[in-house]
Write a protein that binds this ligand. Structure first.
Ligand SMILES: [Mg+2]
Length: 182
């Protein structure tokens, strides 16, 4: 059932936290500042779909790791801010740097440091395993868990509600087919 209460057609920026949103929140720390994170391929394809749909996709995280830099490059995520201890400050910086405003942002968070941003954006989303307080501010809470397809679920939910999910899927399939034909 489409949700007509949210401004899906106004959204230009899909911004998300990393730990506990794009990953399950577990952090594997190794020696020499190595940090391992587990990403889900379904989330990766969700980000690809959003980019194919013309959205700018961004990451805003309090931690800093090479793993996030690598994953961002793999997925062509152009808006990346790591080491943002005050998330709202980081968010303000990104708005200034990339030239967007609250009313065109969908933000995905899981913990209380995300709440100040969720209060401001057009569509605030929480993952299923987000903090109870965070869910109070969410317009949508995923059924899937963080790091296990929650971002893909949001991407599908967003595009279905905006009404161009089928066209985007067809566009991507056509692109792949044309690539081997040429
Ligand atoms: Mg988090």
């Amino acid at each position: 059932m489409p949700d007509n209460t949210l401004p899906f057609d106004k959204i230009n920026v899909f911004l998300m936290d990393v730990d506990g949103v794009l990953t399950g929140g577990g952090i594997y720390l190794g020696s020499q500042e190595m940090e391992f994170k587990r990403f889900h391929v379904h989330d990766g394809m969700g980000i690809t779909l959003l980019r194919a749909a013309g959205l700018r996709v961004g990451i805003l995280t309090g931690r800093t790791s090479e793993a996030v830099t690598l994953r961002s490059k793999e997925l062509d995520i152009d808006i990346v801010y790591q080491g943002s201890h005050n998330k709202l400050k980081g968010y303000a910086y990104l708005k200034e740097r990339y030239g967007f405003e609250d009313h065109e942002v969908l933000y995905v968070g899981d913990d209380i440091q995300d709440i100040p941003i969720m209060k401001r954006v057009a569509i605030p989303v929480s993952v299923r395993d987000g903090d109870t307080e965070v869910k109070r501010y969410a317009a949508y809470v995923t059924k899937k868990r963080a790091g296990d397809g929650a971002i893909r679920e949001i991407a599908n939910w967003f595009l279905l509600n905006r009404g161009d999910y089928t066209q985007i899927i067809e566009k991507m399939i056509n692109q792949w087919e044309e690539e081997i034909a040429s």
